[in-house]
Design a protein around this ligand. Structure first.
Ligand SMILES: NC(=O)c1ccc[n+]([C@@H]2O[C@H](COP(=O)([O-])OP(=O)(O)OC[C@H]3O[C@@H](n4cnc5c(N)ncnc54)[C@H](O)[C@@H]3O)[C@@H](O)[C@H]2O)c1
Length: 246
C-alpha cells in the first residue's frame, strides 16, 4: 500500500542549502530522503523532530549506480516519490590557466551529471503517479563576472538547459521542472570555499544588500516543489537578493 504523505529526495542534504530545504519540506509534513557523501544525522534529527520520516543514504550522486540505489530505497521504504531537489554541488575556484581536465570533469559530473542520474532514480515513481516536482540548483554566477569559475558556470548553465529540456519531456506526466539560482551565500560550503570579502562585495551589488544564508533559498524551493507550482515549468528563478535579472 502506498503511504499518504508526500516523499521528497534532497541531495547534498547534510549541510547548507540542502539541510535548510530538507527542514522546510519536513515543516510542510513531507517525508525526506537525505542524500549526501557525508552523514546526514544532523539534518535527519531536525527533520524527525518535525514529526515526519527522515531516511538518510550516504551516496556519491555522481556515481552512475546512484539511480538504482535511490530507486530501490524509495521502493523499499516509501513506494512513492513526489519531489526531487537536485542540490548537491561543488564550487572550487580555479582560473582556466590552472584548471585541468580532471577538475573540469569532476565539477560537471557532480553539478550536472548527478542531476540526470537522480532524475532517473525517481522518475519511475513520478511517471506512475502522474505527479512530480523537480527543482535543480543552478547559480546566479552565470550573470556575474566572477573569476575562476569557467568550469562551474559551464556546469550550472548545463543545469538550466537540462531543466528546460526535461520540463518539456515530463509535462505530459504532471511533472514540473524548474531551477533556482542562489547568490554567493554564507552556507557551510560558502564559508569554507568562498572568500568572505567576495561574498560581501557581491552582497553590495544586490538590491537587498546583505549576504545570503542557507534559509534564503527555502521559500523559492518550497513554491517550486509545491502543488501550487503546476503552471510554472522550465523556468529559472534567481533567488539572489535581486542581483541577476533574467
Ligand atoms: N553557497 C553559495 O554561495 C552558492 C551560490 C550559488 C549556488 N550554490 C549551489 O547551491 C548548492 C548547495 O550549495 P551549499 O552552499 O549549500 O554547499 P555546501 O558545501 O554547504 O553543501 C553541499 C553538500 O553537498 C554534498 N556533496 C558534494 N558533493 C557530493 C556528491 N558527489 N555526492 C553527494 N553529496 C555531495 C556535500 O557533502 C555537502 O553536504 C550547490 O549546487 C551550489 O553550487 C551555492
Amino acid at each position: 500500500m502506498t503511504q499518504d504523505r508526500q516523499v521528497a529526495v534532497v541531495t547534498g542534504a547534510a549541510q547548507g542549502f540542502g539541510q535548510a530545504i530538507s527542514i522546510g519540506l519536513a515543516k510542510r509534513g513531507i517525508d525526506v530522503v537525505a542524500v549526501d557523501l557525508s552523514d546526514c544525522t544532523e539534518t535527519l534529527t531536525q527533520v524527525q523532530a518535525l514529526g515526519v520520516r527522515g531516511v538518510g543514504i550516504v551516496a556519491d550522486v555522481s556515481d552512475p549506480g546512484v539511480s538504482e540505489r535511490i530507486e530501490k530505497l524509495l521502493n523499499d521504504e516509501f513506494g512513492r516519490c513526489d519531489i526531487l531537489v537536485n542540490n548537491a554541488g561543488i564550487f572550487p575556484t580555479k582560473s582556466i590557466t590552472e584548471l585541468d581536465y580532471a577538475l573540469w570533469q569532476k565539477v560537471h559530473r557532480i553539478n550536472l551529471d548527478s542531476q540526470f542520474l537522480m532524475v532517473k532514480g525517481v522518475l519511475p515513481f513520478m511517471t506512475k503517479s502522474g505527479y512530480g516536482r523537480i527543482v535543480n540548483l543552478t547559480s546566479n554566477s552565470l550573470g556575474l563576472t566572477a573569476t575562476g569559475l569557467s568550469h562551474y558556470m559551464s556546469s550550472k548553465a548545463g543545469v538550466i538547459g537540462f531543466t528546460r529540456g526535461l520540463a518539456t519531456d515530463l509535462a505530459e506526466f504532471g511533472i514540473t521542472v524548474n531551477a533556482v539560482g542562489p547568490t554567493a551565500s554564507l552556507t557551510a560550503g560558502g564559508k569554507s570555499h568562498i572568500d568572505i570579502k567576495l561574498i560581501e562585495e557581491v552582497a553590495k551589488m544586490q538590491a537587498i544588500k546583505r549576504p545570503g544564508t542557507s534559509e534564503d533559498i527555502v521559500g523559492t524551493v518550497m513554491f517550486l516543489s509545491s502543488e501550487q507550482c503546476a503552471w510554472v515549468t522550465g523556468q529559472t528563478i534567481m533567488a539572489d537578493g535581486g542581483l541577476v535579472r533574467l
